[in-house]
Write a protein that binds this ligand. Structure first.
Ligand code: AMP
Ligand code: MG
Length: 355
């Protein structure tokens, strides 16, 4: 699989049919197209609400117990959020963040699973994806709902000092019988789960749905969507990928069947500094926010994989990013660079891309 050449279609090729208008769904980065619009004996159910600092939507086909199953899946996502949310002082991740570097903190199997998988992606990406990026996220003013800096930009010395607190390898685990504990090796280190918790929570909801007999469903958490099976008529789910510079049109539409898709975008959390957009994904290797990318979309077998990888590729950029994806079975990627070039893997399922 080789990276496809840069594709840039002229604006005049915009077709009316890709100009979907969505209202509320525009709040999420990628949208589910016509989930309720296919004929089937099974009934359609949905459940949605704010969660994980975004908007969560569950959609499923099934019998009259499906509404209760969707409630259960949503509760499952709330449970995962209460373990991982680094902005909630009572979460297990916050306990790791605030413990002294000498103290081991007991964590649940779910928290261990999420952090352990996150560590795998940190390793795979060579540290481009690093969930201990928290101190840099704060340094650049992205640790709040309205991002920005009250003062001057941080000095080079401050950036360097802060980078010393960012190292995914410094999260250690020990297991004593069935009890797992974790520890950050240096005081001041901060785990930030923003790049993978939505994917992990969506996976947990998906397993819950499958466990309760659901065979046709979608779980959407912000920029991540996980598909259970296909639509009841056997057709794949159609997921619209938001155009990074036009929130009322789609860049492309991908068909999903038992897969997940995530988009990381520079339009999600950003502010302007000296007329330039500065967005929320930071390169832990330089200490600076990434400016070379508008958006990255990754298709992968699980939600945590697509979520962690879309952030990874945002940092890695097209050349290294596509190289990484080529090594990972079942994964495809589409990248829009800052100057509007679109790069995607040869296995990318949909070749109609309108930038
Ligand atoms: P996403 O939208 O999934 O790409 O996640 C972006 C969020 O992940 C940011 O808002 C930060 O909270 C966090 N983050 C920023 N840079 C990184 C990075 N290099 N590795 C891991 N997490 C990051
Ligand atoms: Mg992510």
């Amino acid at each position: 699989m080789r990276a496809a050449p840069f594709i840039k279609l002229p604006n005049k090729s915009l077709e009316a049919k890709v100009q979907f208008r969505y209202g509320l769904l525009m709040a999420i980065m990628i949208a589910i197209i016509s989930a309720a619009a296919c004929a089937s004996a099974a009934e359609f159910f949905q459940k949605s609400g704010p969660l994980l600092h975004t908007f969560v939507e569950l959609k499923a086909y099934g019998d009259n117990e499906t509404a209760d199953v969707l409630d259960g899946a949503f509760t499952e996502m709330e449970r995962v959020n209460s373990l991982l949310n680094n902005y909630d002082p009572s979460s297990e991740v916050s306990a790791l963040n605030t413990a002294s570097s000498r103290r081991w903190v007991t964590i649940s199997p779910d928290t261990f699973e999420a952090l352990n998988i996150a560590q795998t992606y940190a390793r795979l990406s060579g540290g481009a994806f690093d969930f201990t990026v928290g101190p840099l996220v704060s340094l650049w003013g992205f640790n709040k709902d309205q991002p920005g800096l009250a003062d001057e930009d941080p000095s080079q010395a401050m950036i360097k000092d802060t980078m010393r607190l960012v190292d995914y390898r410094a999260l250690k685990f020990i297991r004593h019988q069935s009890v797992i504990s974790g520890r950050l090796e240096h005081s001041g280190m901060r785990i930030d789960v923003g790049a993978f918790s939505k994917g992990f929570a969506a996976d947990k909801a998906l397993y819950f749905l499958q466990h309760h007999g659901i065979t046709s469903a979608l779980v959407a958490a912000g920029g991540t969507i996980c598909a259970v099976g296909s639509k009841p008529d056997g057709q794949p789910w159609q997921i619209g990928i938001r155009h990074p510079r036009n929130d009322s049109s789609f860049l492309t539409v991908v068909a999903l069947r038992d897969q997940s898709v995530s988009t990381s975008g520079d339009y999600e959390k950003f502010y302007y500094k000296a007329g330039k957009r500065r967005s929320h994904i930071i390169d832990p290797r330089t200490g600076y926010p990434v400016t070379a990318i508008q958006s990255v979309t990754v298709i992968a077998p699980t939600g945590i994989a697509s979520d962690a990888l879309s952030t990874s590729l945002f940092v890695l950029g097209p050349a290294d990013g596509i190289r990484l994806i080529k090594k990972l079975p079942g994964c495809e990627a589409l990248i829009v660079t800052a100057d509007g070039e679109v790069v995607y893997t040869n296995g990318w399922p949909q070749k109609t891309i309108i930038y």
